[in-house]
Design a protein around this ligand. Structure first.
Ligand code: ADP
Length: 665
């Protein structure tokens, strides 16, 4: 679990935390909210039902009071008393009819003081039966005005009025959730009944007047309450309200409808309410199953004059109607909560994105930097800590870039320096080797020259003397002349060797090299080998004077020019330049020809004494070695650069002394 969490991106983690916190909070809030909404709405419904029942009870009680008052007023008048005394039944009928019509009584009857019927307004002929068993009549016989709800048997009702017994009759219908019963019909009637004593002039009870209203199948009370409380309110074509009067557990007056739309007369009370109200005499305030649906209900017991529970008054509101309101409120609440939740999730997502996006960019940039790509830059969008972090990364990348450039530069310079130094070292090494080789060769040559010079001098002097003394016709003369000639040649070689080995001490003076060059050229130009050679001069007029032996330098130039002419096979062009190399403080002379060039494998040897590619007798191989010796003696440098079949350039550098003045042309 922890592993999965650590591998998730920061954005995902933050969103999970947000969603978890908000989700949990939202769920708890929604749950508690729903409970509160449910409780509030249901309590409100119960409270409304309670008030409705009070209204119903008032209407019921009011009806009973009206009956009581009418009976009392009727009994208190002199008319009934007089009619009884005079047995004037016609008049009594008229009077009783008046009273009955005032309060719409179903029956109105006068008894004698024994409780036997004297006269019935609706059943004139039926009298003499004893009704004193009815509690309110019993009370009236004792001189009290009484009113109550009572149950009258079918027989009693029939006595009062034939149709009344019929009206009371109800077939008992099967009702879901009702207490099982074997009873098939109800013949008794529940009546609102009042009785008042009739006094004679002595104040003695001479009879009673009683009257009542049958509640079975009479809807006056329930419909009045329904009108008052529910005003015809409906939910999905069904009446929301229900008002019922029960005779024991049987609906005798109701506006609850069965499925076929008829009033649910003859249906019965559900079993659980039965226990509470009818058996225990309490009152019920809760949901209850009424005929075919659940109602938020309140049941109130109806008691007879003796205080026994004989029925109930019920008011209920269709639970579905309240559940619909409750569900609508909860759904609205949930909808608002869910929208809020989604909105917060969206906002959280956007906030998280604004935080994590720059971080992700920084990760990408730093990863690129790690792989060596320093051209990356973090985009700065904010000035907060993340923005500052981005700026720091950018500064870091800049520094890294600068350092890398410096390192690269440094590396390049180092490489160049090392290469230059290596070249210099190689040159120096080559020069040292050449110098050493030439020095040892010089030593050897000098040794030989010294040794050979004196005997050679002796040979030349003596052979010359002998030749002078020889006659012109002497046959040995030719041989001796050859001896002298070869000896002179040997002397020249020895002389050359001595020059090469620096045995000849140069006569130094401040000289202008351009003049030496010009002099040398004027000496050789006339020679036939230079006739077809084009000579070009690029001499620096401001070339500083150098300290040198002019005749030795002339010898050097002469040698180079003659070699050039030979290499060009007497046709080509010669370029002579002179300039001042201020960096090394050297007067520099180059002599460039367009001759055959020097092969690479021999170029290192051309300064060696006796190295020559020329035929025997034509070259001694001493010219360049002598020139090299002379230039070295002048602390100068001599080098060659050649390209085969293109030409050769000799470069001579003579140091310019500190006090040298520029040459004046
Ligand atoms: P020599 O001229 O007697 O041969 P040097 O010492 O003057 O002796 O020259 C040595 C060799 O250098 C020459 O034999 C020739 O092969 C080569 N050499 C000198 N100068 C040139 C040149 N300008 N072009 C081609 N080869 C040259």
């Amino acid at each position: 679990m922890l592993g999965i969490l650590t591998s998730l991106s920061l954005r995902t983690k933050l969103i999970i935390v947000y969603v978890f916190i908000l989700g949990a909070g939202g769920l708890i809030t929604s749950f508690i909210g729903s409970l509160i909404v449910n409780d509030t709405i249901m309590n409100q419904a119960k409270s409304k039902v309670h008030h409705d029942l009070m209204t119903a009870y008032n209407v019921y009680d009011n009806q009973l009071s009206q009956i009581r008052n009418s009976i009392y007023i009727g009994a208190s008048g002199r008319t009934i008393q007089a009619c009884m005394k005079s047995d004037n039944r016609d008049m009594l009928r008229t009077r009783l009819q008046q009273i009955r019509n005032d309060v719409e009584l179903d029956f109105l009857t006068v008894t004698d003081k024994e409780g036997k019927v004297f006269f019935r307004v609706s059943n004139n002929e039926n009298n003499g039966d004893d009704v004193s068993s009815i509690q309110v009549i019993k009370a009236a016989l004792q001189g009290r005005v009484a009113a109550a709800t009572e149950i009258m048997s079918n027989e009693m009702l029939a006595n009062e009025y034939e149709d009344l017994a019929e009206k009371a009759y109800l077939k008992i219908l099967d009702t879901p959730m009702a207490k099982p019963t074997n009873k098939m019909e109800e013949t008794s009637g529940m009546v609102l009944i009042a009785a008042s004593p009739i006094f004679d002039e002595n104040g003695e009870v001479m009879g009673t007047l009683y009257g009542g209203h049958l509640l079975n199948q009479d809807f006056t009370i329930v419909d009045r309450v329904w009108d008052l409380v529910y005003k015809g309110e409906q939910y999905k074509n069904r009446n929301i309200g229900a008002v019922t009067i029960f005779l024991w557990d049987l609906r005798i007056s109701t506006n609850v409808r069965t499925r076929n739309g008829r009033r649910a007369l003859g249906t019965r009370l559900s079993e659980d309410v039965f226990e509470t109200v009818l058996v225990q005499g309490g009152h019920w305030s809760d949901r209850a199953f009424v005929v075919n649906d659940w109602y938020i209900s309140e049941y109130y017991p109806i008691k007879n004059y003796s205080g026994e529970v004989i029925g109930m008054l019920h008011v209920g509101t269709l639970e579905k109607a309240y559940l619909a309101i409750r569900n609508r409120v909860i759904l609205t609440f949930m909808g608002v909560a869910t929208s809020g939740f989604l909105l917060i999730v969206l906002i959280s997502y956007l906030i998280t994105k604004t935080i994590t996006r720059p971080l992700e960019e920084m990760v990408t940039v730093t990863q690129s930097i790690a792989t060596g790509d320093l051209n990356q830059k973090v985009k700065i969008r904010t000035r907060d800590e993340i923005g500052k972090l981005g700026s720091s990364i950018n500064i870091m990348v800049k520094s890294l870039n600068r350092m890398r450039a410096e390192l690269e530069d440094w590396g390049k310079t180092l490489e160049l320096k090392v290469r230059k130094r290596t070249d210099e070292l190689r040159d120096m090494q080559a020069k040292v080797m050449q110098t050493e080789r030439l020095a040892s060769l010089g030593k050897m040559a000098a040794g030989i020259a010294h040794e050979v010079n004196n005997p050679l001098g002796g040979i030349l002097v003596l052979s010359s003397l002998v030749l002078e003394n020889l006659k012109d016709q002497d046959p040995n003369r030719t041989n001796l002349e050859e001896v002298v000639k070869q000896t002179i040649r040997c002397r020249d070689i020895v002389k050359g060797l001595l020059q090469f080995s620096r045995e000849t001490i140069p006569k130094m003076s401040m000289i202008n090299i351009n003049i030496i060059l010009n002099n040398t050229l004027s000496l050789i130009e006339k020679q036939s080998i230079f006739h077809n050679i084009d000579i070009e001069k690029e001499l620096d007029e401001n070339l500083p004077l150098v300290m040198a032996d002019d005749s030795q330098l002339q010898q050097v130039f002469m040698n180079i020019l003659l070699n050039a002419a030979q290499a060009m096979r007497e046709i080509g062009s010669l370029v002579l330049t002179s300039y001042f190399n201020s960096k090394d403080n050297m007067a520099t002379i180059t002599i460039q020809d367009t001759g055959q060039g020097i092969p690479e494998d021999i170029i290192d040897k051309i300064f060696d004494p006796f190295f020559t590619t020329k035929d025997v007798g034509e070259g001694t191989g001493l010219g360049l070695s002598i020139a090299y010796g002379i230039i070295t003696k002048h602390n100068g440098k001599m080098s060659v650069h050649s390209e085969l079949n293109k030409g050769t350039t000799f470069t001579i550098e003579i140091p310019v002394p500190e006090n040298s003045t520029k040459q004046i042309s």
